[in-house]
Design a binder for this molecule. Structure first.
Ligand SMILES: *Cc1c(COP(=O)(O)O)cnc(C)c1O
Length: 449
């Protein structure tokens, strides 16, 4: 087998500013050991997030020039609509400025006090928008999702029996819709199987409930279905994507992930009444229904991005590049969440640094260590982000921007992780010295213990 190469050439480059460990030590102290407070030019490899950080293709940049900036009925909108209809089979498509705007509109319409929204695992903005409406956000992942070492191929699946129990407990009239997140971002970028989606659909049908997808990473999910699900290897990703969307009554999507765009979102709906109400809210707070808070050129970038993302050579490269980093880290004895998901590798910081107690944020210590050693920016997903809820894993996420870094960049990241692994005893815990009241991980400051 030959190496799976990046299926693109580089036409435009963005220089990386190299820094020394000494310089990074100063940066780290000035930023209060919080990488969200570090300037991007002080970062060598930026794995903070895969959201909106991808590289656009020459065709997308060509679309940017073609963008029709008419207020209403722009050509760019019709091209975008056509492309999304083809891809998803949905007739009604509203553009929004990003995923959370779609969530805000949806839950303002169907949420509210007393309502309950089940999901395999709510992403943080989804949960926040559900709760902002007054409704309760309930996570129903399968049990295997809680064990980082477990090799289940579809750890993103929803626990279907738990969904049945929830419906029996709270009553179907309190559940406006059931949501499934593909891939399950908060659960490690793990995919959901078609079998699981069909089973959730069957439960929804039995109780007359709509099923919505949080479909930010639908293409990575579809490719992992093709790779891992029995009987799916012979199908095209496009067919699998159509079946996934075909099982749903609606979807919220951020175009900043599998849309291969730097900004944008979508709300897909089947129900005409809901569409009418959502369109009114869109006009009220985002923009007219043919641009939804975006420029015509953004719609062009999205239209082309949603076409390119289902190319199987792209997806083979994408999934392999994440898996490659995972394999090399695991081989070096760095504990990671298994198996590697679609968009990121998660290091199990509690297992890597048993000498740092949870109160001293082992994940944040690893994040600071990776930056100090190699200028690699990652993010803590553990006690800093989620507070002191007891059952949390202490993870460090290495999110891979799409089409941005090459294999030698990734080799460098692996080397930095290995160096951290062999000097882990020297890593010190952190004390939070300034704790903001909400979403503290963005602005909190720390000191080394
Ligand atoms: C990124 C993301 C969102 C929110 O999208 P934004 O474009 O960042 O507002 C919602 N759900 C999931 C699963 C995501 O990954």
């Amino acid at each position: 087998m030959k190496t799976i190469i990046e299926p693109f050439r580089i036409k435009s480059v963005e220089p990386i500013r190299m820094t020394t460990q000494e310089q990074r030590e100063t940066v780290l102290r000035e930023a209060g050991f919080n990488l969200f407070l570090v300037r991007a030019t002080d970062v060598i490899i930026d794995l903070l997030t895969d959201s909106g950080t991808g590289a656009m293709s020459s065709e997308q940049w060509a679309g940017i020039m073609r963008g029709d900036e008419s207020y209403a009925g722009a050509d760019s909108f019709y091209r975008f609509q056509e492309r999304i209809r083809e891809l998803t089979g949905f007739e009604h498509i509203l553009p929004t400025h990003q995923g959370r705007a779609s969530e805000r509109i949806l839950f303002e319409l169907v949420g509210g006090p007393g309502k309950v929204i089940p999901n395999n695992t709510h992403f943080d903005t989804t949960r926040a928008n559900v709760e902002h409406s007054g409704a309760a956000a309930v996570d129903l992942p399968i049990a295997e999702a809680a064990d980082p070492a477990c090799l289940h191929p579809f750890k993103g699946n929803m626990d279907v029996a738990a969904l049945e129990r929830l419906i029996a407990d709270v009553g179907r009239e309190r559940i406006p819709l059931v949501m499934v997140t593909v891939t399950n971002n908060s659960g490690g970028g793990q995919p959901v199987s078609l079998e699981n989606l069909r089973a959730v659909r069957a439960v929804c049908d039995r109780h007359g409930l709509p099923l919505f997808l949080d479909a930010c990473r639908f293409a990575e999910n579809a490719f992992l279905i093709k790779r891992r699900e029995p009987g799916q290897a012979g199908r095209s990703v496009r067919e699998i994507v159509l079946e996934m969307f075909g099982l749903a009554d609606g979807a919220t999507i951020s175009a900043k992930k599998d849309g291969l765009a730097n900004i944008g979102g979508l709300l897909l709906l089947r129900d005409e009444t809901l569409l009418h109400r959502a369109s009114n809210l869109l006009i009220l707070t985002e923009g007219f229904i043919t641009y939804g808070g975006l420029a015509g050129r953004d719609l062009e970038a999205m239209a082309q991005g949603f076409k390119e993302v289902v190319h199987e050579d792209y997806l083979a490269y994408r999934i392999r590049s994440v898996e490659y980093v995972g394999e090399r880290l695991a081989a070096a004895g760095i504990p990671i969440m298994q198996p590697p998901g679609g968009h990121a590798i998660y290091i199990d910081a509690a297992a890597l640094c048993p000498h740092i107690p949870r109160e001293q944020f082992p994940g944040q210590a690893v994040v600071c260590g990776l930056y100090r050693i190699g200028g690699v920016r990652t993010v803590e997903i553990g006690s800093v982000m989620f507070g002191r809820s007891p059952a949390r894993l202490e993870l460090v996420r290495l999110a891979m921007p799409r089409r941005v870094y090459t294999q030698s960049h990734m080799d460098y990241v692996v080397e930095v992780c290995c160096e951290l692994g062999s000097s882990r005893r020297e890593l010190r815990g952190l004390r939070m010295v300034n704790e903001p009241p909400v979403l503290r991980h963005f602005t909190a400051r720390f000191e080394e213990v």
